[in-house]
Design a protein around this ligand. Structure first.
Ligand code: IVH
Length: 680
């Protein structure tokens, strides 16, 4: 008969195989539901037997551990960079150098994609992932193991015949889908956006909270076997070997026997790269044969047996027509260049980012200048240079504005930040609109009936100026209002007829039932996103308690760091925000956790429980655990003399059973637990 321990080990292997099929082979072999069911079974077994948790268990990937300081670690051998080439001639020159140094007529090269991410060294001891180290300065890097373990495509355990000590190197990337989602979430909470996926990947690896890294959905391609193995003679073989150990290896690497083949690979991918779900910035060329690599050796900085061919960021010239300034919900002012429309990388570009005042000053740009626009790793095209030879006399230099273009208030710049802010958060129209739009958005108060241009109209007509004004709206304020607006280049009209007005007022009324945690997200405290709002709500339970929380109390909450804590304190210090909170409270919004989330009773206060064994389903087990917590009980994972009760299902682990019996701890069934509650 299968023991629980064997079952646990089997579940780990099975789940790891499904993970590999999904994240590495891109070929799912099981539904999400089936996966979760197996995972829940594993979680239950691990909870009952924490001493059995395996290092390669998929539960080790969800993160939650914090790295306070990243240790500096010296690399086994320096992590070198590659020489760059930008055209065919430079590439031919590299090939000629290689052939002449080796005295050979033909040399095989492996062509690979050059991933635009962050280099990483992974060290495995006895088949288990032991350390992950960033490139750092090439000689020493930072140990980021806890964060890297959250990347699902990186095996925690190698399969097959891996040597007892193994180092492999590769690139951690952030796929476009993860990048877009991350920036969207950051925009919602007024956090600065990442300029490109590379910066986002690099920033993510340095986060202290590994649970946040797990949410960011990074990926990793391996392209280098650092530990020499006697039976591997070429780079191409090494890639196959990496793959058989379950690493994610690019399927697009190509063994080329001539420079013509190399050039054709480069040209093909210059086009095809636009269809990849992640960024590459070129192609890497590596001499295939390890003996030849050894003969060629290294310069001080680069291997002589490899080179990068960098794709040119696509660049065009056009004319700068004017610079406009956008003011966001938080008051940050962003300069935008309006351009004579031009075709760039397949899309017509009319606008480009000018980032901030420093960059404008560096460029020394004038209105009507002919400028160079590039689309590189960045999503939004940017102005990279000016053609001064074509500048007309008497043109005006672009100077960053000193006052808000929307409300005329003098702009401010915070210490150490490059952005200028409009401090008039109470009366500056785009800030007002932005705050209200955030408040009614789907993940916040979800007042759908106020979408599409309606907020603009209400703010312009002075029907509302603050979020709390929504709850004072009357039908007579709204009926008959009308406005034309542009959406997707098409002109549309919003007009408030009776039915529309009723829908709006109904939507506003219904929002009074929206749960406290979403109200907390909706009021727009800077840096407080959906997740932190939830954690804060669960911890403080009421708005009042949160408003009076100290800095230390705030940072004691899971996932709440110093930056968020400071922002919360600042928010509640402002009289104006307090006025909003009071008005919303008077309008009847949910300012405390609802009964279903709050404990039902304190019947089990001071009592602790271990739930062990197999129940009718993972859901049943979850229910039992929730029941205990809702009645004030504490869940523990191991049996000790401090324990009050064991709630046993079927096949409870024999060691646990014995220990509980030895210590005289009452062992009760699910049924008996329910009876205890009912009696009370
Ligand atoms: S090989 C000694 N292969 O590009 C050679 N590097 O400037 C080790 N990179 O630091 C690197 N894709 O971060 C290699 N297929 C690939 C690559 C690649 C991206 C990065 C890597 C390296 C940098 C070189």
């Amino acid at each position: 008969m299968e023991t629980e321990k064997q079952r646990l080990s089997q579940l780990v292997d099975e789940l790891n195989t499904h993970n590999h099929n999904y994240y590495v082979l891109d070929n799912p072999s099981i539904s999400d539901f089936e996966f979760d069911t197996l995972l829940n079974e594993l979680i239950a077994l691990e909870k009952a037997h924490p001493e059995w948790v395996q290092a390669d268990s998929p539960t080790q990937r969800v993160g939650g551990q914090i790295t306070k300081n990243f240790d500096h670690v010296t690399h086994s051998s320096p992590m070198l960079s590659l020489g760059n080439t930008y055209n065919k001639e430079e590439l031919e020159a590299f090939d000629a150098r290689v052939k002449s140094a080796l005295g050979m007529e033909t040399v095989d090269y492996v062509c690979e994609l050059k991933f635009d991410g962050v280099a990483i060294a992974l060290i495995y001891e006895n088949g288990l992932l032991n350390k992950a180290i960033t490139r750092g300065d090439g000689t020493q890097g930072d140990e980021v193991s806890l964060n890297v373990k959250t990347i699902r495509s990186i095996p925690l355990k190698l399969s097959g015949d891996a040597p007892s000590h193994l180092e492999v190197r590769g690139e951690i990337i952030m796929p476009h889908s993860s990048f877009d989602q991350l920036n969207k979430e950051r925009e919602e909470i007024g956090e600065n956006l990442f300029a490109n996926p590379r910066n986002a990947a690099s920033g993510s690896l340095k986060l202290q909270d590994s649970a946040e890294v797990a949410r960011r959905k990074l990926d990793c391609f391996l392209y280098f076997l650092q530990t020499p193995l006697p039976y591997i003679h070429t780079h191409y073989e090494s890639l196959h070997q990496l793959k058989s150990w379950k690493f994610k290896v690019s399927p697009y690497s190509c063994l080329c026997h001539s420079m013509d083949e190399v050039i054709s690979f480069i040209e093909t991918w210059n086009e095809k790269r636009k269809t990849l779900p992640f960024d590459i910035d070129g192609v890497v060329l590596k001499v295939n044969d390890f003996h030849l690599q050894e003969q060629l050796g290294f310069t001080a900085k680069n291997p002589r047996w490899a080179i990068a061919y960098k794709y040119k960021a696509e660049r065009v010239t056009t004319r700068l027509l004017e610079v406009s300034y956008q003011v966001g919900r938080t008051g940050a002012v962003t300069p935008v260049a309006n351009l004579e429309p031009v075709l760039l990388a397949g899309t017509v570009v009319k606008r480009a980012s000018l980032h901030n005042a420093d960059i404008i000053a560096q460029l020394g740009i004038h209105l009507n200048d002919i400028i160079y626009v590039e689309k590189g790793g960045e999503i939004i095209p940017k102005i990279v240079d000016v053609d001064r030879s074509q500048r007309h006399a008497n043109t005006q230099e672009v100077k960053f504005i000193t006052h808000c273009p929307e409300c005329g208030t003098k702009l401010q710049r915070k210490e150490g930040e490059s952005a200028y802010y409009c401090p008039n958060s109470k009366a500056c129209p785009p800030q007002i609109k932005g705050k209200i739009e955030h408040f009614i958005s789907r993940k916040a108060m979800n007042i759908e009936s106020l979408g599409e241009g309606k907020i603009d109209l209400l703010v312009e007509q002075k029907c509302i100026a603050r979020i709390e004004d929504l709850y004072k709206l009357k039908p007579q304020d709204l009926i008959g209002l009308e406005k034309a607006y542009v959406n997707n280049d098409k002109e549309r009209i919003v007009s408030f007829r009776e039915k529309t007005v009723q829908n709006i007022l109904d939507g506003i009324e219904q929002s009074k039932q929206i749960a406290f945690e979403r109200v907390l997200f909706a009021i727009g405290i800077r840096y407080v996103g959906e997740t932190s709002a939830k954690k804060l709500a669960m911890h403080f339970k009421t708005m009042n308690a949160l408003m009076h929380a100290s800095f230390d109390e705030l940072i004691s909450v899971e996932d709440i760091g110093e930056k968020i804590a400071e922002s919360i304190l600042l928010f509640f210090k402002e009289d104006d925000n307090i006025k909003t909170i009071e008005a919303l409270s008077n309008s009847g919004l949910q300012f405390s956790l609802s009964a279903s989330a709050l404990p039902i009773s304190e019947q089990f206060k001071g009592l602790s429980f271990v739930v062990s064994g197999v129940f009718s389903s993972p859901q049943a087990r979850k229910e039992i655990e929730e029941l205990i917590q809702k009645h004030g009980g504490k869940l523990l994972s191991s049996v000790s003399n401090k324990l009050s009760f064991v709630v046993a299902g079927e096949n409870m682990g024999p060691a646990k059973l014995e220990k509980a019996m030895q210590l005289g701890i009452p062992i009760i069934s699910e049924e008996e637990l329910r009876q205890m509650i009912n009696k009370a």
